[in-house]
Structure formats: C-alpha cells, structure tokens
Design a protein around this ligand. Sequence first.
Ligand SMILES: Nc1ncnc2c1ncn2[C@@H]1O[C@H](COP(=O)(O)OP(=O)(O)O)[C@@H](O)[C@H]1O
Ligand SMILES: CC(C)(COP(=O)(O)O)[C@@H](O)C(=O)NCCC(=O)O
Ligand SMILES: [K+]
Length: 248
Amino acid sequence: MSKFDSASLKKQLFLDVGNTAVKAVYKEGMAWKKVDAHSAQTGKQLILWIENHRDDFSEIVLAGVRTEVQQALVGELQQADFNIKTVTNKDIPRDLLDYETPDTLGIDRFLACYGATFQTKEAVVVIDAGTATTIDYMGRDKIFRGGVIAPGLTAFTELLPKHAPALPNVEVEIPQSWPGKSTIHSLQWGQAGFYKFALQAMLNEYEKEFGQFDLFITGGNRQTIQQLLSMDSKLRPYLIFEGLEKLI
Ligand SMILES: Nc1ncnc2c1ncn2[C@@H]1O[C@H](COP(=O)(O)OP(=O)(O)O)[C@@H](O)[C@H]1O
Ligand SMILES: CC(C)(COP(=O)(O)O)[C@@H](O)C(=O)NCCC(=O)O
Ligand SMILES: [K+]
C-alpha cells in the first residue's frame, strides 16, 4: 500500500469543548465511537489518549464554547505535532445565522441544530441538555433562528439543596398526583415539574411562532429530559458532531 493510501485511511478525531466536559469522538464506518469518558475527563488524560492513538488519526477537528480550555488543548496538541482544524463561528455562513450577536453565539448551539436538519425534512427544535439547557430553532432553510439558554437540569436541581439545606434531596421525577401532598412530592413538582412545564411552554411558543417541527434531544442529561417531556422526540447523543462533520 502506498503512503498516500495508508494516510487516506486514517480518521478524523472530533473534539467538543463544553462547559463540563471535553467530548472526543471518531467514526468507525457509520457509527460514532466515544473516547472513554473516564480517560477523557481531564484535558491531560485526553491528550495522553490522543498521543497513544496518534497513528489512528490524520486530523483533529475541534469546536467549543470555552476559549481558554480550547487554546490550552490546541497548544499542547500542536506541540505534539498534531494536525488541528479549529472550527469557529467564522466558519458558519453568515446567512445561516438569524442572531443579533453572531460572534458570541455558542457554536455548539448552531452545530446541534445544523446536525439535526440532516435527519429530517422538517424544521427542528434542539434541546441540548448540558451545563446549560439550550432550546433552539432551525428552519428547513437551515437558518438558525435563536432560542433559549436556561440553567441545565443539574444546575437547576442543585439550587434548593444549596440554599435550603434542611430540605431533603429528591429524585428528578414527576409525582403521580397533583398537587404535591408531601414534602417530597411538593419538591418534585418544583424540580422535575417546573422543568417539564417550562420546556413544554417553550416548545409551544415555537409552534405558535413557526409551526410544526421535529424535536431532537442531546447533551449529558438528554435521557432525563426525554422522560420528563412525554412527547415524541429523537435522542441523538452525537448531534454536535454530526453538525460539525457536515459543516467542514
Ligand atoms: N456521564 C456523565 N458525565 C458527565 N456529565 C453527565 C453524565 N451524565 C449526565 N451528566 C450531566 O450532563 C451535564 C453535562 O452535559 P454535557 O452535554 O456533557 O455538558 P457540556 O456540553 O456543558 O460540557 C451535567 O449537568 C451532568 O450532570
Ligand atoms: C449556552 C452555552 C453556555 C451552552 O453550553 P453547554 O451547556 O453545552 O456547555 C454555550 O452555547 C455558550 O456559551 N453560548 C454563548 C452565548 C450564546 O449562545 O449566545
Ligand atoms: K447545552
């Protein structure tokens, strides 16, 4: 096999620098593979993993919302002689952004919506349930129309235990009956219930404003959010990467 052939068989490694974690994934055939969360929990462990798998990848494609973390990662990887492509808001065609502050838009929000539009003929709403929960809209024209940045589910449910530590901790689930008749159930209505009703209200606003859409859910808390919503939705853990792959 020629040098060219073996190089062209090598893969891209995709990195998403979020507020809580750096996610690293690559494709095996059609399937996304996630770099073991444990080995990727800190930048150092991730860099070590990448160095140990140097021969598997021709290029590292990176996007994120934490500039300093990203710069540190890029610095280390460049020192180790990796080929790096950093994708930023400047790589998004301006006519796809109906947003008044395109320079401060979190690229993860655009990428997740963009990725979703390739999986349906409808307009999309994407809930990205990470450190923040974002609820964003993209039309069939692939124009990002903006959305909502809310406290993530974990941040939200940690609020009361922090400010009223005498209250018990409760599971994030909706009680059987309304209204709450115990401390636990009252708290659950105020946590899972609050979150569910807020999300549903946002989704209703989208329907009123733009009409029909398909709902996609991604991010670390995606399963809990899907359970809370009790409506039709598609769970897509790799949406940001799917958008990234289409954009580059
Ligand atoms: N296995 C997990 N690892 C990290 N965070 C997780 C995990 N499962 C659920 N979470 C929750 O998901 C959120 C992080 O989501 P994620 O989409 O990875 O964040 P970000 O993109 O903001 O870095 C946190 O609120 C965390 O509590
Ligand atoms: C809203 C976010 C913090 C979400 O980040 P995440 O929860 O995925 O870590 C991120 O998209 C961001 O930093 N946005 C900048 C503000 C904006 O989108 O307008
Ligand atoms: K998010």
